[in-house]
Write a protein that binds this ligand. Sequence first.
Ligand code: ZN
Ligand code: ZN
Length: 411
Amino acid sequence: MEGRKTVLFIVDGLGGRPTDMDGQTCLEAADTPNLDSMVSDGSGGMMYSVGKGVAPGSDTAHLSILGYDLDDIGYSGRGIFEALGYGIEPGKNDVCFRTNFATVNEEGVVEDRRAGRITEGQEELESLVNSVELNGADFVFKSTNQHRGVFILKGEGLSDNVEDVDPHETGVEIKKCVPEKDEDSRRTADIVNGFVEKTRSVLEDADINKRRRKDGKKPVNALLLRGASKPLRLEPFDEKYDVGSFCVAAGPLYMGIARQVGMKVIKPYGATGDFDSDLLAKAKAAVEGLEDKNFVFIHVKGADNAGHDRDADRKKKFLEKVDEAVGYLLDNLDWGRTKIAFTGDHSTPVELGNHSDDPIPIVYYGEGIDRDSVVRIGEKWCREGDVGYIDGMDVIPGLLGTSSQPEEEGF
Ligand code: ZN
Ligand code: ZN
C-alpha cells in the first residue's frame, strides 16, 4: 500500500520507578541505542493510559490507548478477549468467562488457584467439564494454556452483570456468583453456580485425580470463573481512524482485544507473549504486513512479566531485546513516510511486582514529528519532552495528526 504508514508499539509494563535498579528505572538503565536515536530525532513525553491516579489492567489500558472510551463501551471483563484471543468466536449474546483449574479442600476452600500449574491431562479435564449438564443454557468449555481456560455460556436472556466465582486468593471459599438485581443476571448467576457445583463433583472422583493423588500431586477439582463479558459492540478500528490495520502479538488478551476492534492478528513463529519471545520475528512481520496495510499495532509482553516477578535484570534485558526489534524497524521502514508511537500500557515497577499509576514514557518519531531536546529513552528524560503529559486516548490522534492540538504539543 502506498502512502503513509503508522506504527503503534506497546511494551507491556514498560514504565518503572527509580527503585528498580539503584536509582534508575529498568528502562533508564537498559542499553538502548536504537530507542535513544529514535527519541533524539523525535519527541518524548509521558502518558497516563487510563487517567492520572489509576493503576490500570492491561485490558482497560489497551482499550483506552486504542481510543475506546471506557465510560462509553460498557466493558465488564476480560472473558471476551480471552475467548477471541484463542480463536473462539462467541455469539453476540453469549457470556464469556476466563477460568482456572484449581484445587479446593472438602469445605470448598481454595488451596491452589492454579492446581499446581498443571502441565498435562488438560484434554481429559476439558471433556469431563464438557460432560456436565446444565439446566437452561448450553455452554462450551475450552482448556487453553496450563491451568487456564475459557467458559462460554450460550443462549438468550443471559447477562454479564455477575461477579467472579474466583476469590482471587487462597485460604478462602470459592465465592457464589453474585448477580445484579435484574432477572437475566439472576438467571445467569443461578446457571453459573449450578455449573461450578456440578463441575466440582465431576472432577473430584475423576480418574485423573486418583492418579494425581497417587503421585502426590494436588487434585484438579474445581473450576474458578472470572471476568464475565459479552462481545463488545465497538466501532471497528479501521473505520474509526480511516486506516487499514493489523496487529502483531502473541498474548491471547492482546490478540483478543485486536480481534474485538476488527484487526487482523499475526502471531509470527517464535513469538510467545513472554520473555523468550522472538521480537525480531515480530518486527519482521510488522514490516512485511505494512506492504499491504498502513497501520500496525505491535505488542510485546515480557517486560510486564519480569516486573510482576520483581526481576529487574530480566526486565532490563527484555527492554534491550525490544531495542533490537526497534532497530530492525528503523532500518527497514521508510521514515520519510512512516510515524511511530513507542510506549507502554502501564508501569510495572519491580518494587511493587504489580501495575502502578506512574505515567509511562512515550516517544513519537518519524515523518512530520518535530525534534525536541530529549536524547535518551527513559522516565527521567521523557518527562522533559515537548509531548508533555498526555492521556491514553490522545496517543493515536497524536500519531495520526488528528489531534486538536498537534502543533503546540510538539507532535
Ligand atoms: Zn499490561
Ligand atoms: Zn501485568
